[in-house]
Design a protein around this ligand. Structure first.
Ligand code: CUK
Ligand code: CUA
Length: 623
């Protein structure tokens, strides 16, 4: 068995390192004119004008730092929510609020999106996501599809395996991908074992304040944490996360982090950790409550699993967690119940860095090893007890029975799926209607746009006897996971409320005014069809006059309370733009560094006289 795993690992490593292979199990793997070309499939994804899709798909935009919203089953791209990266179409990163949220960063690597949950069901209120590049978490409000808060989490180096929320959105956990010394302090790699830490952060969302917050952190060994999932139902107080590089490799991880036959799944009870924090069992590190698991025992356990596991997924009933092998060609099914019993009986197989290790054989239910299926990464579920695992290397999705491990069906996808996402997939009651393969490689799927291709998403109908691909669309870049929610759960607003108490809002044309205090010029203006009013009393109401070097603060309220009448505000040659949605007040701040004459204009087409919606910024030269 060991030898077989080693041999296959070698093969897998080879395949990962060189060109990806596309095995041909069903005879049509490499045939791009696949199932989605038939007329009956076209009907399944056709949503006539005037009708709406049944689901929203929120797809991670990877290193674009954005989130892409699609409709399912049409797979039409509807909207992009800029999260961690600036977006000139909406002014995200230019207006004051988003500028402050983004801080010093202007890119992000958005991996795993997660909906807020109530009782293990998506409640349609918020979407969370994390940024691997700059250690941040974000929350989006689904009433407006805009970002409400971004939190930079200290002491971590890339929270890759977040965000997965607990059953009632108590927490999301952000374990680090790259071990770093606390506070990113300087330490040579010779000090890796002693100075570097693999910190896991428990992050909460305060809905009333619309703020994210780090509740506590745990100083785990300097391993890499890959994926995580929150427990459900009987396991709802628990969470699991996969590790690799328990070898503590400090260079050439590709080889050095794949030496051992086993890495771990970290199993932790967040209720226990909460109690530890309440009992003061923590150190304060850079302002954070840091639990040292070697000092404060309990609540954290290690489950040995096949080397370098990638995904770990909790079944909808919360009874099992399933690890995907990545470098071993198997999915391993573990029993929460057995793990809980072993913990209760203190039946441990040893410990590492002071953390008890559970005995593999006693909590493992089975290793599932579909014939010739290579590179299992992530598992999703339906409502009938079946699991769907993506196979990165053999480019397919394998459907299997969670109870028996038996393979039920397989469908080739084009190509190399990372994650897949099922309709209502992370809830306690997946719909079982659709699954979408999130493919890393599109190759020849679409019209060529040069050497760099988009990634692709393929919609698979699960309602028939066989899985059937019914649509394929590009996504760019890269769908590291997604979420599918029933459309009727999401209740977006049409316009912002007319809130006359909102700071800096102006609702009556005659109230628009410009004031000066020292070197600061503040504008309280209005955007409406089809003009700007900055100063009601001025001869030219749509002109802002300032002096070179002034700080300029412009508040604009869009008083058009009509659906889809959104205005933009761009200043020629000043590198500034923002959107002001119906009923919204937006603020933009800048220093008038350049003297001269600068047209300003509405950047969102808003009426037949949109082109006339313009004015001037006049910056009088110094002296
Ligand atoms: S990861 Cu597993 S294939 Cu979730 Cu960032 Cu991309
Ligand atoms: Cu307002 Cu165009």
């Amino acid at each position: 068995m060991k030898k077989l795993i080693a041999a296959i690992s070698g093969l897998v490593l080879g395949a990962l390192a060189s060109t990806v292979i596309f095995a041909d199990f069903n005879g049509n793997n490499n045939n791009n004119k696949n199932q989605s070309s038939t007329a009956s499939n076209a009907q399944k994804v056709y949503v006539p004008f005037g009708q709406k899709d049944e689901y929203y798909l929120f797809a991670s935009g990877g290193h674009s730092g954005q989130m892409f919203i699609y409709g399912v089953p049409s797979m039409r791209h509807i909207r992009t929510i800029p999260v961690f990266s600036p977006d000139s179409a909406t002014g995200h990163g230019w207006d004051k609020h988003s500028r402050e949220l983004m801080g010093e960063y202007n890119w992000g690597d958005l991996h795993h999106p997660a909906f807020s949950e109530k009782g293990g069901e998506y409640d349609g209120k918020y979407m969370f996501a994390t940024d691997v590049a700059n250690n941040r978490a974000a929350v989006m409000d689904l009433k407006t599809f805009t970002v409400k808060d971004i939190l930079e989490v200290p002491n971590t180096g890339g929270p890759h395996c977040a965000a997965f929320v607990t059953e009632n959105t108590e927490y999301m956990f952000l374990p680090t991908r790259f071990a770093v010394p606390f506070g990113h302090d300087y330490a040579t790699l010779d000090e890796y074992k002693t100075k570097y830490k693999g910190v896991m952060s428990a992050v909460t969302f305060n809905e009333a304040k619309q703020k994210l917050n780090v509740a506590y952190q745990v100083a785990l060994p300097p391993w890499s944490f890959d994926l995580s999932d929150a427990g459900k139902k009987t396991s709802k107080d628990w969470a699991v996360m996969t590790t690799y590089n328990t070898e503590l490799a400090t260079t050439e991880q590709e080889i050095n982090a794949s030496q051992k036959d086993r890495d771990y799944i970290v199993l932790f009870n967040w209720k226990e950790l909460e109690k530890m924090v309440a009992a003061g069992k923590y150190d304060t590190v850079n302002g954070q409550k840091m639990i040292d698991p070697a000092k404060h025992r309990g609540g954290i356990y290690l489950v040995p699993t096949a080397k370098s596991p990638h995904g770990v997924d909790v079944t909808p009933d919360g009874k099992r967690f399933i690890a995907a092998g990545k470098l071993a060609p198997a999915m391993t099914v573990f029993s929460f119940e057995k793990a809980f019993k072993a913990i209760k009986d203190k039946k441990f197989a040893g410990e590492q860095e002071g953390i008890p290790i559970l005995d593999y054989e006693s909590i493992m239910e089975r290793e599932v090893n579909p014939e010739n299926a290579l590179g299992p990464l992530h598992t999703q579920f339906d409502d009938k007890g079946f699991a769907y695992t993506t196979m990165f290397i053999s480019s397919e999705i394998v459907k299997w029975n969670v109870d028996s491990g038996e393979t039920v069906d397989r469908v080739p996808v084009q190509y190399s799926p990372g994650h897949a996402v099922a309709a209502e997939g992370d809830t306690v009651s997946p719909d079982g209607k659709y699954i979408i393969a999130l493919n890393k490689i599109a190759k020849d799927s679409y019209l060529s746009v040069g050497p760099s291709h988009p990634e692709s998403m393929q919609l698979i109908d699960l309602t028939g006897k066989k899985m059937e691909i019914i649509q394929s669309v590009p996504v760019n870049p890269e769908p590291h996971y997604a979420q599918i929610i029933k459309a009727n759960k999401v209740k977006p607003i049409v316009v912002y409320d007319k809130d006359t108490k909102r700071p800096n809002s102006i609702w009556n044309q005659k109230d628009a005014h410009i004031s000066r205090s020292g070197n600061t010029v503040e504008v309280n203006g209005i955007a409406m069809r089809s003009k700007f009013i900055f100063d009601a009393k001025a001869e030219r109401k749509d002109v802002i006059s300032v002096k070179e070097g002034d700080k300029v603060v412009i508040h604009l309220t869009n008083i058009d309370l009509d659906q889809d009448i959104t205005h933009g505000f761009g200043i020629n040659s000043y590198n500034l733009n923002m959107e002001v949605q119906p009923g919204q007040t937006q603020t933009i701040e800048f220093t008038a560094k350049k003297a001269g004459t600068y047209p300003l204009y509405c950047t969102n087409f808003c009426s037949a006289l949109h082109q006339e919606m313009s004015g001037y910024l006049l910056v009088e030269p110094k002296g």
